[in-house]
Write a protein that binds this ligand. Structure first.
Ligand code: ITT
Length: 200
């Protein structure tokens, strides 16, 4: 069964494709080009559903199964910023580097060199047989100095619980095992399997 990914984020596409072994995973832009999707939901689940529904409606495929990922990092001491605004923390269209710098600036404003933080991923699945949303989390801390260039987004300043290195430095295999995205996908996989069985 083909799974169509409702994301334009290349980091997510890479990670999600690696987390599926037998399913074929296709970014929606390969089929219909990119489209602007207004993410005006008030939480990760709402935004994940907005993205998956928008792509599902735009596709001209019978029986398509569309999967989206809305995710972000939250820092409790900063009032859970940036949360659902992670991709646009430093302004609409800001680069990953600018967003990361803004988080470092916010830590410095508070006189902190590090703070507890967590990533959230909401994965939505939209199909002819229904809509589903699951979540996954990864806890750890953010630090004020980027380390390593692996992963994407805030990974160079995020140190997962139980580790001393950032996700920018750690082997990508570790992130594949413990990430918010991997955990959410573990919950999404039985749903996708069930939908796949409906085709058979
Ligand atoms: P799509 O909406 O097209 O999927 P996006 O990048 O705009 O792409 P989001 O609105 O879900 O996606 O924002 C997610 C942001 O949160 C992302 O741009 C990163 O800054 C951050 N983020 C999420 N997961 C991450 C991860 O695993 N590692 C690092 N940063 C992550």
């Amino acid at each position: 069964m083909k799974i169509i990914l409702a994301t334009s984020n290349r980091g997510k596409v890479k990670e999600i494709a690696e987390l599926f072994d037998s399913e074929e995973v296709i970014p929606y832009s390969d089929l219909i080009g990119t489209m602007h999707i207004e993410e005006n939901g008030s939480d990760f689940a709402a935004n994940a559903l907005i993205k998956a529904r928008s792509v599902y409606s735009a596709l001209d495929e019978d029986g398509a199964v569309v999967l989206s990922d809305d995710s972000g990092i939250s820092v409790p001491v900063l009032g859970f910023e940036p949360g659902i605004f992670s991709a646009r923390y430093a302004g609409e269209g800001a680069s990953d580097t600018r967003n990361l710098q803004k988080l470092v600036e916010r830590l410095k404003e508070k006189g902190l060199s590090e703070a507890t933080a967590f990533y959230t991923a909401a994965i939505a699945v939209v199909s002819p047989w229904g809509e589903y949303v699951v979540h996954g989390w990864m806890h750890g801390r953010v630090v004020d100095t980027p380390r390593g260039d692996g992963g994407f987004g805030y990974d160079p300043i995020f140190i997962p619980e139980g580790y001393e290195k950032s996700l920018g430095e750690l082997d990508p295999q570790i992130k594949r095992t413990i990430s918010h995205r991997a955990r959410a996908l573990e919950l999404a996989k039985p749903i996708i399997k069930m939908l796949g069985d409906l085709y058979a």
